[in-house]
Design a binder for this molecule. Sequence first.
Ligand SMILES: [Zn+2]
Length: 425
Amino acid sequence: MKKPIITLAVSTIVGIGTVFGGVSFKTEAASLSSLKDQQDKIHNQRSSVNSTINQAKQKIDSLQGQQVDVKTEMKRIDLAIGDTNTKIREKQAKVDDTKAQIAKLQSDIKVIQERIKKRNDLLKERARNYQETGGMVNYLEVLMGSQSFSDFIDRANAVSTIMEADQEILKQADADKKELETKQAQVEKELSSLQSMLKELQNMNQQLNGQRAEKDKLLGSLQAQEQHVQEDVMNMEEQNQVLASQEASIQKAIQMEQQRQAELARQQAAAQASQSKGSSGGGSSASSAAPPVTGGSFMRPAVGPISSTYGPRWGEFHYGVDIANPGANVPIVAAADGVVAVSHYSQSYGNVVYITHSINGHIYTTVYAHMQVRMVSEGQVVSKGQQVGIMGSTGEATGQHLHFELYNGPWKYHSAINPMGIVPL
Ligand SMILES: [Zn+2]
């Protein structure tokens, strides 16, 4: 549907060109082919943006796949941590138990040691008494005091039994003590083995926690990368949408250019016949606060002082010129005749309008951002000075102002030029 119109138009121009001579014909044919070139360029940009979007989406898939892998690893590590923690608790309980056992053994040993000591003291005391009082005599006295031989035997036996019993009790106590000490040594060995197992488990747990922290970090990095690519895709999708709209508006601009050229040809024909009255004025602005329509291709888009110029600002680059005006209902007007390429709400620009201008066959694009309201729609033809919206502070804006951008050619991300000297600001 596009092609036949152009073919028809070109043949019309060829006709006019033949009538009015070479120079003007060449310029106008060139301006049309330049418009067509711009359109092709946008078309190529779109397919390039589309393939970049596809690449980005593949990258997102891959990043998401990697995240799934990392999460699987995290699950495995979490389960292992849970497992070692359970084992640590079990071993710790055993260690506590064994320690209690050792404490009990130690107190038992102490009791026996005390008993042995008491017994020893008693025996020593008795031995000392024997010596001091001539124990043997006393002993003999006991024996000599016997009434009869059998009494003597009884007494002798009794003495020896008492001594033997003392020895036996001592021996038994000593054996008990040795047994307890053996048991304590054994339990202590058990304890040290338990403690080394516990230490091993704790090391393992520490290692697992380290691995888990690493995976957390990795996942965080993958998520950040994915978010970054997602933002790129969103940005590119907005670019794509703007490019598509521009393609349509340039198509319309081509038609306008054709009409303009046809009108120009008619006027030239009329001028040859009589005197021309060709005066073009006529601003269509209704609001008193609208800027006056000036001569030339471009005019100022709003009334108010320039609060920020094109160039580096706050460590970034300011791609436009800001016109600030705190008044109520400050009109924003088209800086030149054109076609509305984009009229939408953007996260950063807020309410924004893009206008495609064909100035002597060359495409310019102007952007009007942060508007309170938009008053034109995509595809609409606007004339210089026509109101397109009201100044505001929508999107990423501080204070009420117009953020105005100019592009040499169609809109392209981060390629706005300085409008000073082109647009009378
Ligand atoms: Zn700005």
